[in-house]
Ligand binder design. Sequence first.
Ligand code: 13P
Length: 250
Amino acid sequence: MRTPIIAGNWKMFKTAKEAAEFVREVKGKAEIPGVESVICAPFTALPALAEAVKGTGLKVGAQNMHWEESGAFTGEISGPMLKELGVEYVIIGHSERRAYFAETDETVNKKVLAAFKYGLVPIICVGEKLEEREAGRTKEVCKTQTEAALRGLTAEQARRAVIAYEPVWAIGTGKSSSAEDANEVIAYIRKLVGALFDAGTAEAIRIQYGGSVKPGNIREFMSRPDIDGALVGGASLDAASYIQLVEGAR
Ligand code: 13P
């Protein structure tokens, strides 16, 4: 059985102080047995967040990392720097990073490999743009992105990875995918993982849906057999809403 995982992607929201306050509000409530609950905060909030979640069931994630351990890469943050803080997860290849910060399938793959090298679990984002969906290319795009992201991983690593299927047109628009469509694409990605690795890996890997997930629709997504949780932007910023999302994933 796969453990469902709710991950809040705070994007460029919340200071360190606000992050600590958020944990005070959700502590003991957004921790439900059988659901993994991860908050992915801006780098500057990570030390405060990691401190605040100590002794709770909440986990901490970053939203990006560089693939090198250290070096002359102005403005970048490495895996060991995150690991030292107690960060366990790292979002890799979010569509906003692909669109605004020139991330490619190649850099995504380097980061995924580096995440495992430095003891972090990547949450790998894949998903089609509106024009790609309208052209009937959803599965083809997800296949290319997934294959590239997982290149060079062992089956043991792949089964611990998390994939987030986030159709770009559904992010921040209030227009989520239907649960049926999301499940179809996620089942397709799972089958692809089986072809790349083996049936056990396909069965074990967790694949989330992301894109306008809210307390009001989380249960609908979770009722589908292949959807293992959600990567949530806007609705993860409010403590009460975040608690409901975790509850809805049970
Ligand atoms: P929203 O939940 O705000 O649509 O954002 C989704 C997302 O990009 C999560 O990574």
